[in-house]
Design a protein around this ligand. Structure first.
Ligand code: NIG
Ligand code: FE
Length: 417
């Protein structure tokens, strides 16, 4: 298919000469073209710019293109949701109600609810049911303009179920328009039968599960919940180093509920990203900036757990590349609306309208090692393109809590209209 998008009020390209994830003032540079056009052929972007220029440069391609008139609208890259717990059984609205009545997230988890409750449901749910449920979630993501999504396992805590989650994600990667990128997170919680024998469970993850994940090519990334009462920094380091030796890139759930040297550890093991970071230390933030570790911030989790927000403003000012994501999961952030999460980042983490766009496109793409393929509108990149029903990009956050997605083009195909 050949497509020409014409007459857009603004085309937000996010094109830059910067190498790698954007930091500091680079996060501010979203490269807006007024009254712009985008030319797409097959699954790639051919060119972005003024219509007259494209017509002069690519007359033959334009002749066969189907035109989409974007008058009064804006165009931007497809959103990348780089941290989700996509594949899981059941829901936990009763725990939400308990929290509204005074229980805390960790109290519920330690009493056998939380991650354990979802683990039980995920073990009980058949492959086909999980597949159908997740397919429906992906449809919702797509309608919100997300064209690439990460999927973490971690609701099995045994090999059989971890494998089932990762295989569901792999099949959906082939079956759904959205690109699904998998992360193994076998160390998401300590299973009940290993209570008091945490190191033995770490042995199982390191010696049994990780080698199988690598052998079956079920994931690109390896994540761990480094948190007081879950996995210690030492145990987390072991798991991440073991994955690295097998070719799995480290990610880490760090400093989410209590400060625990998670940001520091991420920098030390060369993790591609440290995620959550609600209570990351000054020292940890400095180390991440030095190492170039991407901070994946999840303001929906702070909102939903009524916890303090991560210090996004400080992190950007210190030189940490920041990405933003939903953390979609049944406990701490049951939303598939990345647009709403962008609103929260502006309102509660002191981020600018431009930084939020960078954080959900190109920087999120880099957090998934896809920065060279998606995340900006540039010649040769994948044609993952959104048309949004707003007059300018500032209205995206101004008209908050709404989904402005009008048209989604994925791999050069119109998939939402
Ligand atoms: O990212 N922190 C750990 N994991 C998830 C929550 C999982 C759950 O509550 O089911 C998170 O917040
Ligand atoms: Fe998470």
């Amino acid at each position: 298919m050949t497509i020409l998008i014409k007459n857009a009020n603004e085309v937000i390209t996010l094109k830059s000469n910067a190498q790698g994830p954007r930091t500091k003032e680079q996060m501010q540079e979203i490269a807006v073209i007024e009254n712009g056009s985008v030319l797409i052929e097959e699954e790639r972007i051919v060119a972005v710019g003024a219509y007259e220029q494209l017509k002069a440069d690519f007359p033959e391609i334009i002749k066969k293109a189907e035109t989409i008139d974007a008058t009064g609208k804006i165009v931007m890259p497809g959103l990348v949701d780089c941290h989700t717990h996509l594949v899981h059984g059941g829901t936990r609205e009763h725990e939400f109600n308990m929290r509204l009545n005074g229980s805390t997230y960790m109290e519920i988890m330690n009493a056998g609810g939380g991650i354990h409750a979802t683990t039980k449901r995920t073990r009980e749910t058949s492959f086909d049911e999980l597949y159908e449920k997740t397919m429906q979630h992906l449809d919702v993501f797509l309608k919100h303009g997300i064209t690439t999504v990460e999927a973490k396992s971690g609701y099995g805590l045994d090999w059989e179920t971890e494998k089932k989650q990762l295989e569901v994600a792999k099949e959906l990667q082939a079956a759904h328009h959205i690109d699904v990128i998998s992360t193994f997170m076998g160390a998401h919680a300590v299973p009940h039968d290993y209570k008091g024998r945490e190191d033995e469970f770490v042995d199982v993850v390191v010696q049994e599960m990780l080698p199988k994940v690598a052998e079956l090519e079920l994931a690109e990334f390896n994540d761990v919940f480094c948190e007081k009462g879950v996995f210690t920094p030492e145990q987390s380091r072991r798991i991440l180093e073991a994955g690295k030796a097998l070719g799995l890139t480290p990610k880490i759930h760090a400093d989410e509920i209590e400060p625990y040297q998670g940001a520091e550890l991420a920098a030390e093991v060369g993790a591609i990203s440290a995620e959550h970071l609600l209570v990351a230390s000054d020292e940890g933030i400095r180390k991440m900036a030095e190492a170039g570790t991407i901070a994946v911030l999840l303001p929906g989790t702070a909102f939903f757990l009524r916890a303090p927000y991560a210090r996004g403003r400080l992190m950007i000012d210190e030189g940490v590349p920041v990405a933003i994501s939903t953390d979609f999961n049944p406990g701490s952030s049951p939303t598939m609306s990345l647009p709403f999460i962008m609103n929260l980042a502006c309102m509660h983490m002191g981020m600018t309208l431009e930084e939020v766009l960078t954080a959900t496109t190109i920087n999120a793409a880099y957090a998934l090692n896809r920065g060279e393929q998606v995340g900006s509108l540039e010649a040769h990149k994948k044609a993952d393109v959104l048309i949004l029903d707003v007059e300018n990009y500032k209205q995206l956050q101004y008209f908050y809590g709404m989904n402005h997605t009008h048209t989604v083009i994925k791999n050069g195909q119109v998939v939402v209209q």
